[in-house]
Design a protein around this ligand. Structure first.
Ligand code: HEC
Ligand code: HEC
Length: 392
């Protein structure tokens, strides 16, 4: 438990009361299961990981339209379950007069880049960007570490930090992403999935081309129904029990612990950087710590979650604008959690920033004042802030 880290951030009251159950359940090696799992939870994690890494074939349900042959083709850096930039997902949407269309009639917002040999033999290739699209984005895969903890944070915690009408006048108006049925959506880079299970269902269908019990109908190619004989496996191609194993693997992945530093000048500079992070206003969106409530597994319940995100949508302005969802306008993105930042090599949803300084200065919109304050920092404070980010 890194008491000092939280003390600087003003969380001493929470952490002073921390006994075992309150601790942040991180691991030093990325890709490991949460500490404190029962034997059967650990077994589910291992079975789920095997599915996550398994190359799927068209005979088992892959495709006919797909983007990759297994989850870990995209989520493998710095370890299985992490992020990845090798195979970005191409998205296309239409945003006109304040209304977002996912272009469902044209094949949906996820433009599948590959087709199985049977589909190609039937004269159909991968999908194309529909001409009705007003924006495209190449979205890179975020790391999945700690998602079960993120799921176990009560809705009320998120709602407490939201300030949709900017009543405190600080220029920052984060809001909870709500689905049309009123449930809050904290997963996905634009807040479009309520639970990990919902996102896994989406990933199976759109990235691998598997039909599921909740969605047993095969995707259409740019809106055109596929010929029957191109898809050998009867639907649904993945049963609910297998999907639950995959989901539990993702839910039980531990977040990586921050770098442990020996006392000395580097540690002092990092502490200074952490203070600057808060003073300059980064922490207003990148909330250092949230806490979980009840959860199915003891390892997830009542834990400190050092994720550095409020899990709210913020408008970062024109430079960050691209695709939309019904919940989020083109410029709106969920605050990227910063835990595990030192393992990433590119930043932002499309991986378009290659240095941390670049990632920061690309924030606009609601973050404009904070980024201006960042720009006025002296050389020492700026370096300390960036060094602090590199410990996460
Ligand atoms: C072709 C690359 C690719 C493949 C294959 C892929 N993903 Fe992803 N994954 C992404 C991208 C890109 C995102 C972010 C998309 C977004 O938020 O709009 C993402 C997001 C996620 C998220 C949400 C993360 C968050 O922070 O909210 C989960 C969960 C997830 N993927 C699980 C899986 C699982 C399970 C599989 C296998 C069934 C899988 N992914 C396969 C690219 C991929
Ligand atoms: C108004 C809210 C807000 C403020 C203030 C803010 N950020 Fe962000 N930050 C975001 C959002 C939203 C994203 C995700 C953008 C995207 O996905 O393209 C993000 C992304 C990032 C990323 C990229 C992370 C990744 O995994 O790609 C870094 C690094 C970052 N912010 C650091 C900072 C620092 C440092 C500060 C203070 C100088 C700061 N942010 C202030 C909302 C904010």
């Amino acid at each position: 438990m890194k008491l000092t880290r939280y003390r600087v951030m003003g969380w001493v009251l929470i952490c002073a009361a921390c006994t075992g159950p309150g601790e942040a359940p991180t691991t030093d090696v990325p890709g490991e299961p949460l500490p404190g799992l029962t034997d059967s939870e650990r077994a589910r994690f291992l079975l789920g990981r095997a599915l996550f890494e398994r190359l799927a074939t068209p005979q088992e349900g892959l495709g006919p339209l797909f983007n990759a042959e297994r989850c870990s083709d995209c989520h493998d850096s710095p370890a299985i379950g992490g992020g990845g930039v090798r195979i970005p997902v191409l998205k296309a949407t239409r945003f006109v007069d304040g209304t977002c269309s996912l272009l469902v009639d044209g094949g949906g917002d996820n433009i599948q880049q590959r087709a199985t040999p049977l589909l190609v033999a039937a004269g159909m290739g991968p999908e194309e960007v529909p001409s009705a699209a007003t924006a495209t984005a190449r979205v890179v895969a975020p790391p999945l570490f700690g998602l079960g903890l993120m799921e176990a944070i009560p809705d009320a915690e998120l709602a407490r930090a939201a300030d949709p009408d900017d009543e405190d006048g600080d220029g920052i108006s984060g809001r909870v992403a709500y689905m049309p049925d009123g449930r809050s959506a904290r997963f996905g880079r634009k807040g479009d999935a309520v639970t990990v299970a919902d996102f896994v269902d989406t990933a199976l269908r759109f990235e691998l081309g598997f039909t599921t019990e909740d969605h047993p109908t095969e995707e259409r190619r740019n809106g055109v129904v596929l010929p029957r004989d191109v898809d050998p496996m009867p639907d649904p191609e993945m049963d609910a029990a297998t999907m639950r194993l995959l989901t539990d693997y993702v839910r039980l992945l531990a977040p990586p612990a921050p770098e442990r530093l020996q006392k000395g000048p580097v540690a002092d500079s990092v502490r200074r950087g952490e203070t600057v992070f808060e003073q300059v206003g980064c922490a207003r969106c990148h909330t250092p710590v949230l806490t979980t409530g009840e959860a199915g597994e003891g390892a997830l319940a009542h834990r400190i979650v050092p994720l550095y995100s409020d899990l709210l949508l913020h408008d970062l302005g024109g430079a960050a604008s691209d695709v939309c969802t019904p919940q989020a306008a083109p410029g709106e993105y969920r605050t990227a959690p910063l835990w595990g930042l030192r393992y990433r090599r590119t930043y932002l949803h499309d991986g378009s920033a290659t240095t941390l300084g670049d990632a920061v200065t690309r924030h606009g919109g609601e973050a404009a004042n904070v980024i201006q304050a960042f720009g006025s920092l002296g050389e020492g404070d700026r370096a300390a802030l960036l060094r602090f980010l590199q410990t996460l």
